[in-house]
Design a protein around this ligand. Structure first.
Ligand SMILES: [Zn+2]
Length: 303
């Protein structure tokens, strides 16, 4: 039995806002009850399971459902590099502060009297400035690109490779993103919110679910915009650097969206080793590995 045509048109428009609102609501309930980290993790796990199901039921690119042989590297990057760096740095700076010394009071010029939603929006905007430049430099500085190339070497997008980042790349983004918010005097709860929303939007951004975004594209980093960002064509790929918000892409002229389908074939021009250990090492011995790829292409997974 086929889905009704009306539902088929409505569902792609509501998935993205619906899933984000549900995740944010889950975190709000947790924080109101003093269990912010627990409810964040529950929301994150539920989002992963939901996207796994939706990707199989409503895929954007059916071709991306096929294995690329990168399950273990993706998982290990998520847990051992991105996961650990994030836990150590963000955990220390956000959940750690929140739990160990209690609510960090708003300081400096921070408008602590604003409603929390407005404070979180301000925090996201300030963090975005650092995250935008961290990401853009990761593409435009060749030495930093080698680390970011690990993430872009994926030949398909799905929720599971959201965490496929070299630890140096993750560290760079955090170091450029969060201190600005800290210096602005944001309270601990704002850090918890920024971390949660960034994680939720990050996973949604990489999902392979057929969705429509409309005007949301001009505010948030959506899967539709991010698929252009993973294009092998640099006129499309060197764009849409926003982590959560698109304001700085619009401001600096790096916003890219066209009324056609983003490419199915995504990835990088350079060679990337097929193993997790090789991918960790590759940025440090970049040229040697590029030469080696010509002699031993079987050790490299990206075509
Ligand atoms: Zn990128």
């Amino acid at each position: 039995m086929s889905s009704s045509p009306t539902l088929g048109k409505i569902l792609p428009c509501i998935w993205w806002p619906l899933l984000l609102v549900l995740c944010v609501s889950c975190q709000a309930v947790g924080m109101a009850r003093g269990h912010g980290p627990l409810f964040f993790n529950l929301g994150y796990a539920a989002l992963a399971v939901t996207l796994f199901v939706l990707e199989r039921r409503f895929p954007h690119e059916p071709q991306w459902l096929e294995s690329d042989g990168q399950f273990w590297p993706d998982l290990l990057h998520t847990v051992l590099t991105k996961g650990l760096v994030q836990l150590a740095v963000v955990g220390g700076a956000t959940f750690g502060i929140h739990l160990a010394i209690g609510e960090r009071a708003a300081g400096g010029f921070w408008p602590g009297h604003w409603p929390m939603a407005a404070q979180v929006a301000l925090g996201l905007l300030i963090a975005e400035f650092g995250l935008y430049w961290a990401h853009r430099l990761g593409h435009e500085w060749p030495w930093l690109w080698r680390f970011h190339a690990v993430h872009h070497s994926s030949t398909r997008l799905w929720f599971f490779n959201t965490g496929r980042f070299h630890f140096v790349d993750t560290f760079k983004s955090i170091v450029l993103g969060l201190p600005l918010v800290f210096a602005a005097g944001a309270p601990g709860a704002v850090f918890v919110w920024i971390s949660g929303i960034t994680a939720y939007i990050g996973m949604l951004t990489h999902c392979n679910v057929e969705m429509r975004f409309g005007l949301l594209n001009y505010v948030f980093n959506t899967p539709g915009l991010h698929r252009w960002h993973h294009s092998t064509d640099l006129r499309e790929g060197n764009s849409n650097y926003g982590e959560n918000l698109m304001v700085f892409d619009l401001l600096y002229g790096t916003f890219f969206d066209e009324a056609r389908r983003p490419p199915v074939r995504i990835g990088i021009a350079e060679a990337m080793p097929a193993t997790f250990a090789g991918q960790l090492r590759a940025p440090f011995v970049w040229h040697r590995y590029q030469r080696r790829a010509e002699a031993k292409p079987e050790e490299y997974f990206n075509p």
